[in-house]
Write a protein that binds this ligand. Structure first.
Ligand code: ASP
Ligand code: MG
Length: 473
């Protein structure tokens, strides 16, 4: 008892050190000067006494270039030269004294030679594999952390570069879309990064790439740097994780299509998960999974703005937050025997994840017509149908059918369950044929033909923003 009181008193008077994971996406890393801005942002936290882990993506567009190099490609030598020039230019723009610049350039060149050898092998053998692809794709982030490191040196801030695996993130060997193994990673990450944080050295970790237990490079799927950041935040029990992008938060609608979108100030984790899965802002669908049940607060913002989206565990108003769209998806459906419903859903989920289809946005079951619907990306539709056929052989499903290539326009917000909120939105799209409507906890999704999707999105968005204005003015 006495010991407990003593502990509480000591804790009260000890200054608590706050911990942040700050992730800088490719959209804010276009040239050398962006890395200087990154360091300025990180310094604000360091100066306020925070412990900071930095996660960086590849420079904008680089992963797309590497995708081309990961398979046989006639102009591969020219593309590597292009990559070299792009990174050299960025490094030079950081403006290190020339001896230091040479040192970093040396490290960069040895990475580029490694890449050259791998791509040469792909072209000599005219062959690639998911493992090779992950290896080739990893160079974007590995080159990017070097430039970030140079920028930290320029400001005299002590930092260290680490790949995701070196930082301690261990995954399974599902190359292309690997899943982190939490228990091992927790131990490794705390051991490795904890040591640097204690010594006030900033770890700069490659987003997107990690590794198997025996050290082979894996990737977490395109856009996976967000997941690296949230994962590290969860494993390190951080106070916040901030994802810096080129827009100041999650918007009420895609700015490329809708009129005057607003930044959504607050979302719950469940709403954010629905957004990520249903297409908002190209967030990795699993971004929020590691932190959903933790106390970590997520912030999505741009550098140098006060505007932001804050994601926490609490529900907030307004009840409807935003509209999103997913293009070219298929909806696969089958009837399920009610008596064996639980078995069927479990087998279905297991089958999907075993075949590497667990990144799907959603599975929905409708009690009314005893039908299960799966929103399937084009590349996983045939696998999904195969799983349902296997279940059919066990008499668990029947009447398999699918709706081909539709756009899924969704309204996200915990208030979708309330007809009073949602009916004005549905009324706003009168005249547009909705092929199917799927209802989830935090979202309602409408499948419409691709040529009407933007119109649907815009009409829903106008109505949603009108509801906001009515509520707040
Ligand atoms: N560079 C990777 C990609 O473009 C990962 C990321 O940016 O999140 O997909
Ligand atoms: Mg991204």
């Amino acid at each position: 008892m006495v010991v407990a009181y003593f502990y509480i008193w000591v804790r009260l008077f000890l200054p608590t050190i706050m911990r942040a994971v700050l992730k800088f996406g490719g959209s804010v890393l276009r040239r050398g000067r962006d890395y200087l801005k990154l360091v300025e942002e990180v310094r604000k936290f360091l100066d306020a006494g925070w412990e900071v882990v930095v996660v960086v993506s590849a420079i904008k567009g680089v992963t797309d270039m590497l995708e081309q190099l990961a398979r046989p490609c006639p102009a591969w030598r020219e593309k590597i030269v292009e990559l070299r020039e792009l990174h050299e230019r960025a490094l030079h723009e950081v403006g290190l004294p020339s001896s230091l610049e040479k040192e970093v350039m040396g490290k960069m060149n040895s990475l580029l030679s490694e890449l050259y050898r791998a791509v040469e092998a792909v072209n000599t053998l005219s062959e690639t594999s998911p493992k090779v692809r992950d290896y080739v794709l990893s160079f974007g982030e590995r080159l990017s952390v070097l430039i970030a490191w140079a920028a930290f040196m320029k400001f005299g801030v002590e930092a260290v570069c680490l790949t995701g695996r070196e930082a301690g993130i261990v995954t399974d060997d599902k190359f292309g879309e690997a899943t982190p193994l939490y228990d091992v990673s927790r131990v490794y990450v705390n051991e490795t990064l904890g040591r640097f944080l204690k010594a006030r050295v900033v770890p700069i970790v490659t987003g997107f790439i990690a590794g198997t237990i025996d050290g082979r490079i894996t990737t977490l799927g395109r856009g996976g740097s967000d997941l690296t950041a949230t994962l590290l935040a969860a494993l390190l029990d951080a106070d916040i994780v901030t994802l810096y992008t080129d827009v100041p938060g999650i918007m009420t609608g895609d700015p490329r299509y809708v009129k005057s979108p607003l930044v959504v100030p607050r979302l719950s984790y469940d709403e954010a998960i629905a957004c990520a899965r249903l297409g908002a802002k190209r967030l990795h669908p699993r971004t929020f999974e590691p932190i959903r049940k933790t106390r970590v607060k997520t912030i999505i913002t741009a550098i140098g703005t006060e505007e932001k989206t804050e994601i926490t565990r609490d529900k907030s108003s307004p009840p409807l937050k935003l509209v999103t769209q997913l293009e070219r998806v298929n909806i696969v459906r089958a009837r399920v025997s009610e008596r064996k419903l639980a078995d069927t859903l479990i087998e279905l989920a297991l089958g999907l994840s075993k075949m590497g289809v667990d990144n799907l946005p959603y599975i929905q079951y409708s009690e009314f017509d005893q039908q299960v619907s799966i929103i399937a990306r084009e590349d996983v539709t045939s696998k999904t149908i195969q799983i349902l056929r296997d279940l059919q052989e066990k008499n668990l499903t029947r009447d398999i059918e699918y709706i081909h290539s539709v756009s899924l326009v969704s309204v996200v917000g915990h208030g979708v369950q309330d007809l009073g909120n949602i009916s004005p939105l549905l009324a706003s799209i009168r005249g547009i044929t909705v092929q199917t409507l799927l209802m989830f906890d935090c979202a309602v999704s409408l499948a419409v033909s691709s040529d009407r999707s933007i119109e649907t999105l815009c009409r829903l968005h106008d109505e949603l923003v009108k509801q906001w204005r009515d509520a707040y003015s």
